[in-house]
Design a protein around this ligand. Structure first.
Ligand code: SAH
Length: 285
């Protein structure tokens, strides 16, 4: 569970790092970890300090560390594709997820984003997750509990969000769905004025349809779409340059701010807000 400190204990998750590969495992007495450079008994790791380097039966070096959030979500068992850490970091800030916030998300997938949301809203907030696939939901719940422990403030709804949203006046809504535009009309009631809508979609066609749907409601301002490019650099003696390879694309993020419903249908205000966004993009970013 995240937050543990001190010596590594039985029942805890640990990452064994080779040079660049990581292996996620749960420490269990008398169990043995096998990989292409031999094996290492869990008993050797239990009771040692985090950050210890172990040597496997075939001389391979393994650095033992508790998993960070990123390590854990990248290695945990997956049903659906997760949202990557570089995007989750930005989502938390752009959707302004704060302690105590009431957040709706769909779908839960493997639970990567849900873990981040639960951490950010803390014990006082609420996260409601909609998901249609029971097998994904069960896997996600297990992933979440293994990392965060039991969370009373997480509500799972095994429901198709295209049929509607039951919650009203929530603070934030985050969508990671194949057809997010189908949910936009329901988000008007689901979000309080000033609330934030955020949608994560791999293709620009999805983003464009979502933006159109948002504009059609006249209930959203500051509608913006962007992507996050993370370019790692190699810094090795004189070889100081970007790595040749990078993850070039994951998804587009569309954000919007819910405005007061009385303004609905006020075309003048809608146009004025759109112009402001186009002419002064620095106001938005
Ligand atoms: N954000 C998740 C990944 C979500 S993948 C993570 O970080 O792990 C998309 C999920 O949406 C899948 O689990 C899929 O089953 C679910 N889904 C698709 N259509 C849906 C709908 N209409 N209502 C609810 N969930 C839906």
């Amino acid at each position: 569970m995240q937050g543990n400190t001190g010596k590594l204990k039985e029942g805890e998750w640990v990452i064994l790092w080779e040079e660049k590969r990581r292996h996620l495992l749960k420490l269990e007495r008398d169990k043995v970890f096998y990989y292409n450079k031999g094996h290492l008994s869990h008993n050797e790791i239990i009771g040692k300090e985090e950050g210890t380097i172990f040597v496997s039966s075939h001389g391979g070096k393994l650095l033992a560390l508790r998993p960070t959030f990123s390590d854990y979500i990248l290695e945990m068992p997956r049903g659906a594709q997760i949202i990557y850490p570089k995007d989750i970091g930005v989502i938390l800030i752009w959707a302004d997820i704060y302690e105590g916030a009431k957040v709706i998300e769909a779908g839960i997938g493997s639970g990567a984003l849900t873990i981040a949301l639960l951490k950010a809203v803390g014990e006082k907030g609420i996260v409601v997750s909609y998901e249609v696939r029971e097998d994904f939901a069960l896997r996600a719940l297990k992933n979440i509990e293994e990392f965060l422990g039991k969370r009373e403030n997480h509500i799972l709804k095994l429901k198709d969000i295209y049929n509607g949203i039951e919650e009203e006046n929530f603070d934030r809504i985050i969508l990671d769905l194949p057809e997010p535009w189908r949910v936009v009309d329901y988000t008007i009631k689901a979000l309080r004025p000033g609330g934030i809508f955020l949608s994560y979609s791999p293709t620009i066609i999805q983003a464009q349809k979502t933006v159109s749907a948002l504009k059609n409601t006249s209930c959203y301002a500051f509608i913006e779409t962007f992507e996050v490019l993370l370019r790692p650099w190699q810094i090795e003696d004189l070889s100081v340059r970007p790595y040749h390879r990078m993850v070039a694309h994951t998804a587009f993020i569309t954000c919007a701010r819910r405005i007061h419903t009385e303004i609905k249908g006020n075309k003048f205000l809608k146009d004025e807000l759109s112009e402001e966004v186009e002419e002064n993009p620095e106001n938005i970013f």
